[in-house]
Design a protein around this ligand. Structure first.
Ligand code: F6R
Length: 607
């Protein structure tokens, strides 16, 4: 799960590649490397860590050459180390790879029989050595031969020692694009990484092989026939990635949320009612479905669970929410009346993308709720609703989640109206409540952060934290636990409050904190009873409740966060933000690299 870049042009390839690598670093920051070809020789530099490390390494070197490739790695096969870092090279060829070669063990045996030895544990090293084995001066012929031997998924960028003016690329399943300028060309895992240079690009398709020179790109199909590729134009811009006054991108992105929600309100509410015409989705299209599947991973799936709650409540349409990595193996029941909604910030998550391809292949209707324009999922679904949250840099998703909630809330209302479960008046009422959210959020962020920061110091000392709640609160508890564990490394688990007594309560000691989400009035007393059960076993409580709630026992108010008051159905917006702030400040209190927590990457492009 990695980022690939490449350059050929008039500039020093090494300098451009380092700039490009910074743009794809979100795909992995375990190690980084580059190869430049010049004068019959391939120079490869690799290091463990981030792009800044390689930048420092090459600062005092002279690496000549106008053609090269680069890679940022998220380790799948083999530890993060220099020997496992890409590019993998021999004297004659260097390769960068995103994906997984599933038959690499067999290929390795074959290569060992031929006398090759291996330095590291990666699957990619076998590709470099296979190419070396078969290379007789014709890169295309060699790539075709080797591609036939590879099982799994791959996007590959390559240079050969004796073709210093050309890069080569091919792919299967993983995405790869070629940015086009008159006298220079760029290879990249995603379009947005080349937008600084050009908005024109080719999308490489499975089985195609590209020969990329600074003036021309020649592309061959599976049958070795040269093809004319359509030039795509990116008609969007990527915001600059700047932390501004904030210490971390995560903090900045949390504070951008009032704007993110407003933005979607402006886009998707017209005359006081939800409207998706701007996304090309008509009412008659949405009216066709009597069953919905939501497929996503991680935080995006947790948004999907809240969406299910809203859609089922407003429209009375049954909704199933499935983890994307499970979906394709579950034999899901999909009929012509089923709509499958895929939610993804990056639009590149391999598990979600694989599910998209499965469903599209069956001819079932698909809608994506996606943040990144030009991403694979946004291109491959039938219809797409962009969440317009701007670039999300921090690994932990915050503003994309709130944007997903906003879209799902409006979609639920729209489906409710189309299914004659909500009246026009209901729509206006709910839309007005949503319209108030950004203002409340702004005030809550301005006034609430310092208090949450203090509470975070208290939370940071616990090694185990439960998040408990009922109904919508339970759905937010799941997102809160994920956010906390991924950036603070605290063992955080979410439980439906009523389930504690069926097992997990045996874990409760004085060393356990149960963050109790209690914003749903109709089940408040029951949730508080469950919190009392934790206290009775010596556990600690941090209560999150909404202002105006009466009859909260004093013992719970000592450690508590009070949220703005809103209709119960919209409390997820405030809960989400409070839990994000809490996770953020706990991680800061523990001096963790909040934006780049260990073992993670922003975009998960392997299954
Ligand atoms: C958690 C987080 C991840 C992502 C998940 C899906 O904070 O960011 O759980 O939500 O990897 O990613 P996307 O939305 O890009 O498909």
């Amino acid at each position: 799960m990695c980022g690939i870049v490449g350059y050929v042009g008039n500039k020093k390839a090494c300098d451009v590649i380092i700039k490009q690598l910074k743009k794809v670093e979100y795909r992995g920051y375990d190690s980084v490397g580059l190869s430049v070809v010049n004068d019959g020789k391939i120079t490869t530099i690799k290091t463990v860590g981030m792009v800044s490390e390689i930048e420092a390494l090459v600062r005092d070197m002279t690496i000549e050459g106008i053609c090269g490739i680069g890679h940022t790695r998220w380790a799948t096969h083999g530890t993060p180390s220099v020997k496992n870092a890409h590019p993998h090279s021999t004297k004659r060829v260097a390769v960068v790879h995103n994906g997984i070669i599933e038959n690499s063990a067999k290929l390795k045996d074959l290569l060992e029989m031929k006398g090759y030895s291996f330095d590291g544990e990666t699957d990619t090293e076998t590709i470099a050595k296979l190419l070396d084995l078969y290379y007789e001066g014709d890169p295309i012929e060699t790539l075709q031969k080797v591609a036939q031997m590879l099982c799994g998924s791959y996007a590959l960028g390559l240079v050969f020692f004796d073709t210093p003016d050309n890069l080569f690329a091919l792919k299967k399943e993983a995405s790869l694009i070629i940015g086009i300028c008159d006298n220079e060309k760029f290879l990249s895992s995603d379009v947005n990484a080349v937008l600084e240079y050009t908005n024109k690009y080719y999308l490489l398709q499975d089985g195609e092989i590209a020969v990329i020179g600074k003036r021309n790109v020649t592309i061959f199909d599976k049958n070795n026939k040269e093809i004319n590729k359509v030039e795509n134009i990116a008609d969007w811009k990527v915001d600059s990635q700047d932390k501004g006054i904030f210490s971390h991108f995560m903090n900045k992105e949390i504070f951008e949320q009032p704007w993110v929600v407003s933005n979607l309100i402006n886009k998707n509410i017209k005359a006081g009612s939800p409207d998706f015409a701007v996304d090309g989705i008509s009412d008659s299209y949405l009216k066709k479905f009597n069953r919905i599947h939501i497929v996503a991973c991680g935080t995006a799936r947790y948004a999907g669970l809240v969406g299910k709650n809203w859609i089922e409540k407003f429209a009375r349409i049954p909704v199933e929410v499935t983890v994307a990595s499970e979906f394709r193996y579950l034999l899901p029941i999909l009929t012509k009346d089923t709509l499958v909604i895929f939610i993804s910030q990056s639009g590149e998550t391999a598990d979600t993308l694989a599910a998209v391809r499965l469903v599209c292949g069956l001819g079932i209707a698909t809608v994506g709720i996606v943040n990144v324009k030009g991403s694979s999922i946004s291109r491959e679904v039938d219809q797409v609703i962009f969440t317009e949250a701007g670039v999300e840099v921090a690994v932990a998703s915050t503003k994309a989640y709130l944007a997903q909630l906003t879209v799902l809330f409006l979609l639920g209302l729209k489906l409710g109206f189309l299914n004659e479960k909500l009246t026009q008046d209901n729509l206006h009422l709910f839309c007005n409540e949503l319209i108030d959210i950004p203002g409340h959020l702004k005030r809550f962020l301005a006034e609430g952060e310092n208090k949450i920061k203090k509470i975070a110091k208290f939370c940071a000392d616990f090694e185990t934290i439960f998040f408990i709640g009922r109904g919508l609160d339970y759905l937010l508890a799941q997102e809160g636990a994920l956010k906390l564990k991924e950036i603070s490394y605290i063992n955080a688990q979410a439980y439906a409050a009523g389930e504690l007594k069926h097992g997990p309560i045996s874990l409760v000691t004085s060393k356990v904190l149960a963050i109790t989400l209690a914003t749903q009035e109709h089940i408040l007393e029951k949730t508080l009873s469950n919190a009392s059960e934790v206290c009775a076993r010596g556990g600690n409580i941090l209560l999150i409740f909404k202002s105006g709630t009466v009859d909260i026992p004093k013992k719970f108010l000592k450690n508590s966060i009070e949220l703005p008051h809103s209709e119960g159905g919209l409390m997820p917006f405030f809960l989400a933000v409070s839990l994000q702030l809490l996770a953020y400040h706990v991680a800061c209190a523990k001096a963790i690299d909040v934006d780049k927590p260990r073992n993670l990457a922003k975009s998960v492009t392997v299954e």
